[in-house]
Design a protein around this ligand. Structure first.
Ligand code: NAD
Ligand code: ZN
Length: 360
């Protein structure tokens, strides 16, 4: 057995208001006055002084506002890298991503592509990155994806949706300040939070499960239950706990994999642009066959928070469109193998997958 040797986020600060210490954290990392810090900030914060007023810009430091309307694309990463190269005198001292999974993934990918030749699409896959990324910091403002801790940055490219999985992908520093999540709209809070819940269920019910993944997965699952089904938590406690659930959920899949819901929602995302959180929810709602207990609890959470999921999103798709979705989904072999075991191809045939998609 050859065990994988994974890198981890080496520095993390946790606490309400810890965002105020960002300046102190970054100062020693400045390489020169010509090497700025570049902040990639979700444009939802453009008019929100709560976050931006606390970013102290010096020398040539810049904030680039980015829309998270669509999930990150390889071409968007290439354009951002180009823009940064043109606006800076020297290679930046660091890239700081502030926002949800979309901004965190963009920050990781941009930090990698500033030191590696070619285009982002060339690096979609496993261990293709040659040079270390520049210093990069992740600051989540919504909890659930685990992108703050993971070894991947999920990108949609010209012919696939696949992460840049590499030892250089994880952040050098993460700032976990649960207060930053205070304005997240309720539906989005649920969708992104459920990404974490689904990570737990898929990891804990997968054939790749081991004590490492199980311990993190169980911790994250307990936190999710408290947050989404409990009665006792204050708003602040709930924000704090969901941020830690996201972290542990992400840790759980480091040493295992996600499963059926993720494999299917990648297909939806590729064809229809359905976003990760809501896409996972739409799919997971129909997966009782694979995750009976997990789906029952999911339905209880949905009920409790009065969430209405879109219906019939695949109803009017042509056979060709369904086939594209099916081939994207089935190409994610490790996810299926984790979910259904070595003989997964016997269980999840294209025909079976089509039937499932048609329910959605
Ligand atoms: P997101 O980043 O797209 O944000 C969702 C919405 O919430 C956006 O409209 C955003 O503007 C808004 N928002 C974020 N913080 C807010 C705040 N504090 N106040 C008000 N609004 C706020 O969504 P997400 O679910 O966090 O991330 C999804 C992305 O993460 C997908 O692209 C997915 O592929 C990726 N992902 C990556 C990993 C990984 O390991 N790298 C894991 C899971 C998901
Ligand atoms: Zn996910």
């Amino acid at each position: 057995m050859n065990y994988k040797n994974f890198p981890m986020v080496p520095r993390i600060i946790f606490g309400r208001g810890s965002f105020n210490q960002l300046g102190d954290i970054l100062a020693p990392k400045r390489l020169s006055i010509n090497a700025p810090f570049i902040y990639l900030v979700d444009d939802v914060f453009k008019s929100n002084a709560f976050i931006t007023s606390r970013i102290a810009l010096s020398y040539d430091d810049k904030i680039i506002y980015v829309s998270s309307e669509e999930e990150p694309k390889t071409s968007q990463v290439d354009n951002l890298v180009e823009e940064i190269i043109l606006m800076t005198k020297e290679r930046p001292s660091g890239i700081i991503g502030i926002g949800g999974g979309t901004m965190l993934d963009l920050a990781k990918a941009v930090a990698i592509m500033l030191t590696n030749e070619g285009e982002a699409k060339d690096y979609q896959g496993w261990d293709l990155v040659k040079n270390p990324a520049i210093y990069h910091v992740g600051i989540p403002t919504i909890s659930g994806t685990g992108a703050e801790v993971s070894r991947t940055t999920v990108l949609t490219g010209p012919d696939k949706k696949l992460g840049i999985n590499s030892d250089y992908t994880p952040f050098d520093q993460v700032v976990l300040d649960p207060e930053l999540t205070k304005n997240v709209p309720k539906d989005q809070w649920f969708y992104t939070g459920m990404d974490c819940y689904i990570h737990c269920i898929e990891s804990l019910n997968g054939t790749y499960l081991n004590a490492f993944s199980q311990s993190y997965g169980e911790m994250a699952l307990e936190l999710c239950k408290e947050v989404f089904l409990g009665e006792k938590l204050s708003i602040k406690e709930s924000q704090d706990k969901l941020m830690m659930a996201s972290w542990h959920g992400g840790m759980s899949i480091v040493y295992s994999q996600v499963g059926v819901a993720h494999a299917m929602s990648y297909g939806l995302s590729y064809l229809l642009g359905t976003k990760h959180g809501i896409g996972n929810c739409i799919v997971f709602d129909h997966l009782e066959e694979f995750y009976p207990e997990g789906v029952a609890l999911f339905k209880a959470m949905k009920e409790k928070h009065d969430i209405q999921l879109p219906k019939g999103i695949c109803a009017n798709l042509s056979d060709q469109e369904l086939d594209v979705m099916i081939s994207i989904s089935l190409s994610l072999e490790p996810l299926w193998e984790n979910a259904l075991g070595k003989n997964w191809k016997k269980v999840m045939t294209p025909k079976k997958l089509k039937e499932l998609y048609k329910k959605m």
